[in-house]
Write a protein that binds this ligand. Structure first.
Ligand SMILES: [Zn+2]
Length: 387
């Protein structure tokens, strides 16, 4: 077993069966009583049972919090905080997809603070109000390759009262240790491999297209896309291919590392629609991807030329990238329009207004007005590409 040990952007252990290093990691971080925050669909899998059984400090039954859903809510974070405090825990081991990692990170931030969850929404300098010494250390083990939440300093939590998603941010929400173990991802079904893998692509792609100046992030994004082009189709057709699973986990962390440069209209719309329709975040980005590219096409000539060359696409420039995205979506059986996901046009004005206000919107290559968001939404709803 060859394990790679990286320290950028946080400490990352990569390799087959890397999760066997969890007890040593807890010891290294002086975590005696971790709370395991685990995706409820995974708690009975052999991989998770193994992780829990080999954890020496957990006692006969390891303390697990799994009372949450995809798109976790503020109420679910509160319930996790109660479990954390009742059990006298001193760290979080978050295992699962983006929802598990996000809720685990939010619990670690807020549990021992005076303030409540929404007071740490990523607005202004809210994060400076936290007492940093009270934030519990986080160890993250992703079981999907998409959100890259394991290397992120924020969580997306749904505010059910206002039907929106809020970003909770603190630099110390960056997990102290990330363990990328491809054996934890082999059971991910093909349709989720596709949706999460295309979320990773959307992070790399939107970060790459975002106009802010950040050459390091841009370099990471373009290589992340190359890995996805090579390995997502393999991981989709052969979920047990550990090389493809490993490379997708890495591409996912690269996407989330890169998107400090900015995201864009894919995520602005996906956040809005995810909160309103409770649809899978990665699937929404996958559907929205070509429509947003087309809305931005006149501002992307030079970047798309470089990208098409780096990815060695058949056709160069914007059209080459668009063709590749459309072909990849088809290969992964992603629906072409939002209407195929059950979205309708009833709330199109509110959806456009909310998307324009979303934090991700500011990273888009151009400022899109509410009317432009509405037009973009309708194109994606009906499956009409602006060609
Ligand atoms: Zn995303």
């Amino acid at each position: 077993m060859t394990l790679l040990h990286w320290h950028y952007p946080t400490e990352i252990l990569v390799g087959e069966h890397a999760s066997s290093q969890l007890p040593a990691t807890c010891q290294h971080l002086s975590v005696q009583q971790p709370l395991f925050v685990i995706d409820p669909s995974l708690t009975n899998t052999n991989a998770i049972k193994y992780i829990l059984s080999q954890y020496q400090g957990a006692g006969p039954t390891a303390p697990v919090f799994d009372s949450f859903t995809g798109n976790p809510t503020g109420e679910q974070v509160e319930s996790g905080i109660a479990t954390f405090l009742d059990g006298g825990h001193d760290g979080i081991v978050a295992i699962g997809g983006g929802s598990s990692l996000d809720i685990g990170k939010a619990i670690a931030l807020v549990a021992r603070q005076q303030q409540s969850l929404w007071q740490f929404e990523d607005i202004g300098d809210n994060w400076t109000k936290a007492d940093t010494s009270l934030i519990a250390p986080i160890i993250a083990l992703p079981t999907t390759a998409g959100t890259g939440s394991e290397v992120g300093r924020a969580s997306v939590i749904t505010d059910t009262q206002h039907q929106c998603k809020r970003i909770i941010f603190h630099p110390k929400m960056l997990p102290a240790q990330v363990i990328l173990d491809p054996t934890l991802t082999v059971d991910l079904p093909a349709h989720l491999t596709a949706a999460t893998g295309l979320d990773a692509l959307s992070h790399n792609l939107e970060a790459y297209c975002s106009p802010s100046y950040h050459p390091m992030a841009e370099a990471i994004a373009i290589e992340g896309m190359r890995l996805i082009k090579l390995y997502l189709p393999i991981a989709y057709t052969d979920g047990t291919n550990l090389q493809a699973r490993t490379q997708m986990l890495i591409a996912s962390t690269m996407g989330a590392t890169a998107f400090q440069k900015g995201l864009g209209a894919m995520h602005a719309l996906a956040h809005t629609l995810g909160a309103r329709y409770n649809l899978h975040h990665g699937l929404l980005n996958a559907v929205l991807m070509p429509y947003v590219l087309c809305a931005n096409r006149h501002y992307l000539h030079e970047k798309m030329l470089r990208l098409s060359h780096y990815l060695e696409l058949e056709k160069e420039g914007f059209d080459g990238v668009l063709d590749w995205v459309l072909e990849l979506r088809k290969q992964l059986h992603i629906p072409h329009s939002l209407s195929e996901l059950g979205v309708d046009n009833q709330e199109q004005e509110a959806i456009a207004a909310q998307s324009m206000q979303d934090a991700a919107a500011s990273g888009n290559p151009i400022h899109l007005s509410q009317e432009q968001y509405q037009a973009l939404f309708n194109f994606a709803l009906d499956g009409k590409l602006d060609l």
